[in-house]
Ligand binder design. Structure first.
Ligand SMILES: [Zn+2]
Length: 624
């Protein structure tokens, strides 16, 4: 183990050098690095487990670290925990949790603690704080140095309450996520030792080498690639080598995962395990309970998932890992590196839908991995956006796949529970505001950007974002700068006000007048949010013209060819003006309709004033 840390220390020097040379553009900040080696023994009678761990931690920050933090997530499943109290006191409790944690008996609770925590062989001081643990180091960890922590850990798998645990509603024995002492992330904003209250995660990039000792009747699905399939079988390919299981009732499953920020697994005695290869992509694994009613939908799933991965590779960036597993478990759908836990009793449409969403997380949660505490919308929202595009490919529909997100956002605004998306995910006052903000607002934020920079520019920008920021924990500023570079436009106003405020958007057609041979159209900004405006004019003879009014703050406009339709670009709308007037040749008698936002992508809170239909025979002044 010592040798390992020395070699990783020497390897880091050329890496850092490269890093500094290439330090331009976005996502060029330093990243911490971890290497876990864990061996774990789970007793399926008591549901208790013990582990031994060696953790090599490399400090790539410019700071000297005197302490490090771990997450002990299983301690959330104890009466009185932050998750328990929050779940019972929030205005709109999550029905999956409610007061279930408060009612747990000692043998049903979760438990996780470490013991014998040594740093390079010297004792450390451990301070437990519920779901977080502070380790005061024996010796400060200097910049660009690696230190090795060795420790034992012990835990009890709780009955399944939220995401992880034993005996889920569909009878899956073990859904093992957030199960081991997990090093917290340290970045340019400092430590992120978030307690486990309900929301999602942020982890350190690294490599996992995990050996799981378990009763041989169980089949395991895990993050990573199984290293010893010939000693395991259970549906794992052994190539040309014969299966050679050891004697006795125990198997040692050895998994390795590289360049990931978490490790999850699941185990059950009744898993049916099948695989499907994505051409020029990962091997997909499928694990479901051996129950007849599941078979029809799960039989159709692999074909859809191959197409989903191929679409994502082409339109959003190349999936980097060798495999991905769809695993029945958990309490709905939850993403992990190279693996998802999904409930499996679903019709095929729902099964495909949840599988697309969770596997698409591989791009935003898995590879890009924005801090989900601070920027949940960059994970869920971007995942929803890309999933919508995938679902449109798999199940083509005349409806805009992102229209639902806009509606969800509008309903949140109307509810009065709207909060700025920049709030920490656990600190929203309601579950519904968090959910709609992370999922619907995040999707809308991306989709609506098409009206600003152009549809084609947006799609090219999504590929560029992935290429630029993969494995770099991007923040909003990184996405903004990538999109600014892709479009050549200034987007500060868009990012500042949509993310940090609850201002709303409302543009309106104020009047349409006949002046000599021209139609004079006046628009009005009634809301606080700023946007460029697209206008479509439809004449009775069937002609249709599109006009784009850039916002002055953009310092330019989307180019011709960036939208699926042709348009004329008008003078920019000076942002301080509440009104904007322009004219086009034509007669009001020949005019049928003037409408704003023909693509219907803007989050305009009052659509009633976005279009005027002219009565046959026309009229003079039209005031909607
Ligand atoms: Zn999600």
């Amino acid at each position: 183990m010592k040798n390992m840390s020395i070699s990783s220390r020497t390897a880091i020097v050329p890496f850092l050098f490269l890093f500094i040379v290439q330090a331009q553009g976005q996502c060029d900040r330093w990243q911490q690095r971890v290497k876990y080696t864990m061996s774990v023994d789970l007793d399926v009678k008591t549901h208790r487990f013990t582990g031994e761990a060696t953790l090599a931690y490399t400090n790539n920050s410019p700071d000297t670290l005197r302490e490090v933090f771990f997450h002990l997530y299983f301690n959330a499943f104890r009466p009185g925990s932050e998750m328990d109290v929050r779940s019972r006191t929030i205005a709109d409790p999550d029905a999956r949790v409610g007061d279930r944690i408060a009612e747990l008996t000692p043998d049903q609770m979760g438990d996780l603690r470490t013991e014998r925590m040594l740093q390079d062989g010297k004792p450390t001081t451990v301070v437990e704080m519920g779901t977080v643990m502070k380790v005061v180091l024996a010796k400060p960890l200097l910049p660009r140095k690696t230190t090795t922590l060795t420790y034992g850990f012990k835990g009890q798998v709780p009955i399944q309450i939220r995401r992880s645990g034993r005996d889920n509603a569909e009878g899956v024995a073990y859904s093992m996520s957030q199960w081991y002492p997990k090093l917290a992330e340290y970045d340019a904003r400092g430590w992120h030792a978030y307690p486990y209250v309900g929301r999602e995660y942020y982890g350190v990039w690294g490599d996992f080498d995990v050996t799981l000792k378990l009763d041989s009747a169980f089949v395991i699905a895990a993050t990573g690639v199984l290293q010893n399939p010939t000693a395991i079988g259970h549906g794992y390919a052994t190539g040309k080598k014969p299966l050679k299981r050891p004697d006795g009732g125990t198997l040692y499953w050895h998994f390795v995962a590289k360049d990931v920020h978490d490790f999850a697994w699941a185990a059950d005695k009744d898993y049916v395990h099948t695989t499907e290869q994505v051409p020029d992509g990962p091997l997909l694994h499928f694990f479901r309970k051996d129950v007849a009613e599941l078979e029809p939908a799960w039989k159709e799933l692999p074909g859809y998932m191959v197409r989903s991965f191929q679409f994502m590779d082409k339109h959003f960036g190349k999936y980097p890992w060798p495999q991905y597993s769809f695993v029945q478990g958990g309490d709905g759908g939850m993403e992990y590196p190279m693996l998802t836990l999904i409930t499996g009793k679903r019709r095929v449409g729902s099964l495909v839908g949840v599988s697309v969403h969770e596997s698409v997380h591989s791009w935003y949660y898995g590879v890009l991995a924005s801090n989900e505490g601070r920027f949940a919308w960059m994970d869920e929202g971007f995942t929803e956006y890309a999933s919508g595009e995938v679902m449109q490919e798999l199940f083509p529909s005349p409806q805009d796949p992102h229209a639902g997100a806009n509606m969800g956002y509008q309903n949140l605004v109307k509810s009065g529970n709207h909060e700025p998306p920049s709030i920490h995910a656990d600190h929203f006052k309601t579950n519904s505001a968090y959910g709609t903000t992370a999922y619907s607002f995040g999707e809308l934020f991306v989709d609506q950007l098409a009206t600003v920079i152009g549809d084609k520019t947006l799609h090219a920008g999504m590929l560029r974002y992935f290429a630029t920021c993969k494995f770099k924990h991007p923040e909003p500023i990184d996405f903004e700068r990538v999109m600014e570079k892709q479009s050549g436009l200034e987007l500060d106003w868009y990012f500042d006000e949509w993310i940090n405020t609850t201002r709303t958007l409302d543009y309106a057609i104020q009047s349409v007048l006949q002046v000599n041979d021209s139609l004079v159209i006046t628009l009005e900004r009634k809301g606080d949010q700023l946007m460029p405006v697209d206008v479509r004019i439809t004449f009775r003879d069937g002609r249709e013209t599109n006009h784009h009014i850039p916002l002055s703050l953009m310092r330019g406009s989307k180019p011709q060819g960036s939208e699926p339709y042709a348009f004329t670009t008008l003078a920019a709308w000076q942002w301080t003006d509440p009104r904007y007037t322009f004219s086009v040749p034509g007669s009001i008698l020949g005019l049928e309709r003037v409408m704003l936002d023909p693509a219907q992508k803007m989050a305009d809170s009052d659509r009633e004033n976005d279009a005027v239909e002219l009565p046959e025979g026309g009229g003079g002044l039209v005031k909607p």
